[in-house]
Structures are given as structure tokens and as C-alpha cells.
Design a protein around this ligand. Structure first.
Ligand code: NDP
Length: 324
């Protein structure tokens, strides 16, 4: 059973008078910096590029070089996980280093001798800011990797509270648990969902259903999205009655029809690549090669004809197309 951390357990007072360095000013970095400052903390932003420096200064932050983060009491490393090990990091022994994902800690890519914690929002970077401004909560995974001072947990929870990450509660996880879950969703769950959708499209095309109608059913109508929303808000079982009796009978009576497929076997292989560190080694090699494979895969996934088809369909049937 995992531990749920509530906002009342965190005390911002432990960060009184402490200097917080936000390293990186991208998706998470900008939101964290703004939220931490609005929570009353002393924040500076450490960046490498001029344009990013201008953006942070435009938001009213003092900016410093990356190596200046080593002088801070709290260092929030908010740059891509594969880049973290390349930072010129040498934090003080009494500092707290925080990451927004368990990845670097779980796979031995980061291990400074000071306090080290994780505050991993289950929320896209810009939404971390939007939720804070709207006083809405978002779930966060928090954990301590090393407690060198005896204050690592208290300080980690204080930062989680200051970004707005405890309003809805947080799950206390080890960095490895967080990383495995996160990567498994991306590498083991997402590909099988994609495969299932592709099979569905293929079978519907064989039945003579137009591609536009299939894509609309799966995505553009928003029905699937809204059904998942109901699952989130009311529960998977409780939302059953919103479906027609025909739908309920069809769904429930056929629920076991794919049970003979051993999906879990392939999933286990993929998850083993993650837990063994093989994926982390592969991703490091990819970084060192200049992301050649990633660029090729991305080009294929975002081929011009696919983008054009999607744009055309969205303009005809997507949100905002009404009346046009
Ligand atoms: P981004 O890709 O948005 O980070 C961009 C920032 O990183 C920029 O400031 C960029 O600087 C800097 N950066 C990139 N490369 C380098 C480099 N070689 N040296 C120095 N700075 C560099 O990252 P995210 O915000 O997406 O991710 C940050 C962390 O948050 C990661 O650990 C990620 O796993 C985690 N996370 C992200 C989520 C998300 O929504 N994206 C969700 C939950 C967790 P410059 O502008 O100079 O290029």
C-alpha cells in the first residue's frame, strides 16, 4: 500500500531564507519557477541559452549560469532527463537536489552526496502553472533518494507544496517505482494501445466504413475522451449506466474475448528492458549519437501526408469546425 501525503504534512517554513535555483526554463522549469515565487520563495533561474535567459528575465526572474546553481540551497533540475548527467553539478553537502522524474536517480545517472529528492508532477509542464493559478490540485509522486541532513523529506515536501503539488495529495514512491511506472506507460502500454487502434481501423475499413468516420469515432467526436473523463470523475464501474443497454450488454458479454492473447508476456519483456537499465543505456547511446534514431522515428511518425490528413479532418470535423 502506498503512502498518500497531504498538504498539511508539508511546512514551507523549512525553506525560509533558502535560495532556490531552478535549472532549465522549459515545460516544467517555467511553471515551477513561477509557482515557487508565488509561494514566497527566493527563486533564481539558471540557464544556458540567451533566448531562454530573456524569457526568464521577461517573467521577472534573476538569471544565472548553470554552474551558479551549485551555490543554491535547493537545486531543482528541470531539464531533459538525458541531459541531467551532463550538467556541471557540484552542490553543497547541505543542499537539496530535486528532480521532476525518478529516471536519473533510478538508473544511477545522478547521485550527488547531498539530500536528493523527487517531486514528479503527474501533469504536463504548462498545466502545473495553470492548475496553480486556478487553485486546482494535481497529483504528484514524491520521494527521497538520499537523506544526508535529516531534513530531506521535509524539504522535498515543502517544495512539492510550493509548486501546488500537494493540493490533491501526493503518492510517496521510490524514484525507481516512479520511473518504471512512467516509462512502462510510454513503452509497454502506449504501443499496445496504438496497435489495438490500428487493428480496429483495419477491420472497419474492411467493412467499408470510411476512414473519416472511423477516426471521428475514435478521436474527433471526443466521446472516448469524455468517457475516460467520467471514469476518472465517477469510477469505471459507476459510469456503466451512462451507456445504453445494448452497449452495456455488448461490452460486458464480450469482455473476455481477447483473453487468449498473452499481452502481458510482451509487456514483461518491455518492462524488463526498463528495470534492467537496458533502456537507459540505449537512450544514453542515442543521446551520444546526436539522436539520429529519434529523428528518423519522429520523421516517420510525423510524415507530411499524415499531418496534412489530420489537419484536413480536424478542419472539417474537429472542435471549432462547426458552421464552417
Ligand atoms: P524541457 O525539454 O521543457 O526542458 C527545456 C529546458 O532544458 C530549457 O531551459 C533548455 O534550455 C534546457 N536544456 C536542454 N538541454 C540542455 C543542455 N544540454 N544544457 C542545459 N540546459 C538544457 O524539459 P521538461 O520540462 O519537459 O522536463 C524537465 C523534467 O521534468 C524532466 O525530468 C521530465 O522527466 C520531468 N517531467 C516533465 C513533464 C512534462 O510535462 N514535460 C511531466 C512530468 C515530469 P535551452 O532553452 O537553453 O535549450
Amino acid at each position: 500500500m502506498s503512502v498518500i501525503v497531504r498538504e498539511g504534512e508539508a511546512d514551507l517554513g523549512v525553506l525560509d531564507g533558502r535560495r532556490v535555483a531552478v535549472v532549465g526554463y522549459g515545460n516544467q522549469g517555467r511553471s515551477w519557477a513561477l509557482n515557487l515565487r508565488d509561494s514566497g520563495l527566493d527563486v533564481s533561474v539558471c540557464v544556458r541559452a540567451d533566448a531562454t535567459r530573456d524569457a526568464a528575465e521577461g517573467d521577472g526572474f534573476a538569471t544565472l549560469d548553470l554552474s551558479d546553481a551549485n551555490e543554491a540551497d535547493v537545486l531543482c533540475l528541470l531539464i531533459p532527463d538525458d541531459v541531467v548527467p551532463t550538467l556541471p553539478l557540484a552542490p553543497r553537502a547541505d543542499a537539496l537536489v530535486l528532480v521532476a522524474s525518478g529516471y536519473t536517480l533510478a538508473f544511477g545517472r545522478l547521485d550527488p552526496a547531498c539530500d536528493v529528492g523527487m517531486v514528479a508532477p503527474r501533469m504536463l509542464g504548462p498545466e502545473v502553472r495553470r492548475c496553480y493559478e486556478e487553485s486546482v490540485g494535481f497529483i504528484t509522486a514524491v520521494g527521497v533518494h538520499r537523506d544526508a541532513t535529516g531534513h530531506a523529506r521535509a524539504r522535498t515536501l515543502a517544495v512539492a507544496k510550493a509548486i501546488g503539488g500537494l493540493r490533491q495529495g501526493a503518492l510517496e514512491l521510490t524514484p525507481m517505482q516512479e520511473a518504471v511506472l512512467d516509462l512502462a506507460v510510454e513503452q509497454a502500454l502506449s504501443p499496445v494501445l496504438r496497435r489495438v487502434s490500428e487493428s480496429f481501423v483495419q477491420v472497419m475499413l474492411e467493412e467499408g466504413v470510411p476512414i473519416e468516420a472511423i477516426v471521428t469515432e475514435l478521436v474527433l467526436s471526443g466521446e472516448v475522451e469524455r468517457t475516460y473523463r467520467l471514469v476518472r470523475l465517477e469510477g469505471g464501474a459507476a459510469q456503466t449506466l451512462y451507456h445504453s443497454p445494448t452497449s452495456q450488454y455488448g461490452q460486458l458479454s464480450r469482455a473476455g474475448r481477447y483473453d487468449h492473447l498473452d499481452v502481458a508476456a510482451t509487456m514483461r519483456e518491455l518492462v524488463d528492458d526498463i528495470t534492467s537499465g537496458r533502456f537507459a543505456d540505449e537512450w544514453d547511446a542515442e543521446r551520444d549519437s546526436g539522436y539520429a534514431q529519434l529523428n528518423a522515428l519522429r520523421d516517420r511518425a510525423m510524415a507530411p501526408e499524415i499531418l496534412a490528413f489530420e489537419a484536413d479532418l480536424r478542419s472539417k470535423l474537429g472542435e471549432g469546425s462547426l458552421g464552417s
